[in-house]
Design a protein around this ligand. Structure first.
Ligand code: XMP
Length: 185
């Protein structure tokens, strides 16, 4: 896997520092407000699990599943596979946590869906923000890092289901997008 990474963009130490900063911001915002972290699967599972352990105030945890990339590196049709139970949304203050804010389509749709299903307040927190790619007007309330317009993998982010377990974030080598899936190490 490591040889498929052209360069490391965020090391484990940098990631830890970025998450500490975001966790402190989230903690301040919700210090007197009950809230639920809604992790957007699959990509945010690594970020969400590190983030919640640095937030020293009560919170609940729920999951939503969204997929837009399939096997490629460009967004396709957005599929929403499952939502938290009604009782976990209605009247709740939700913090949607996602791996990367790219075109903005996933999070803007999810925020709308959560309001439609009766959420009281919906905020969002992303590990990475790629503002150069935005196709719909959307800004997250919290973000750990901004990235250039590169296809990135690691720390939960995948290409065709691989690389999520890299402990750092790296730019994937171009030739890796092009080779057949069966050739992936
Ligand atoms: P949108 O475009 O809806 O995208 O903001 C959000 C989802 O797209 C995926 N995504 C990426 N995944 N490397 C990845 O591994 C990337 O550079 C990248 N850009 C977008 C991701 O699943 C995210 O939740």
């Amino acid at each position: 896997m490591h040889q498929d990474v052209e360069r490391i963009l965020f090391t484990e130490d940098q990631i830890r520092a970025g998450i500490d900063r975001v966790a402190a911001e989230v903690t301040r915002t919700y210090s007197s407000t009950p809230f639920t972290v809604v992790s957007v699967l699959k990509g945010s599972c690594v970020f969400a699990s590190d983030l919640i352990r640095r937030i020293p105030i009560p919170l609940e945890l729920a999951f939503v599943s969204a997929a837009s990339y399939g096997e490629g590196t460009t967004s396709g049709a957005l599929q929403l596979n499952f939502f938290p139970a009604e009782s976990e949304i209605q009247g709740r203050n939700l913090l949607l946590v996602d791996d990367i804010l790219d075109t903005g389509k996933t999070l803007s749709r999810l925020v709308g869906e959560m309001h439609r299903r009766g959420a009281r307040d919906v905020k969002s927190c992303v590990f990475l923000d790629k503002p150069a790619r935005r196709a719909v007007a959307f800004q997250s309330d919290f973000r750990a890092f901004e990235v250039d317009d590169l296809f990135v993998v690691g720390y939960g982010l995948d290409f065709a289901g691989h690389y999520r377990n890299l402990p750092y974030v790296g730019a994937l080598r171009k030739e890796c997008y092009e080779r057949p899936r069966s050739a992936m190490r």
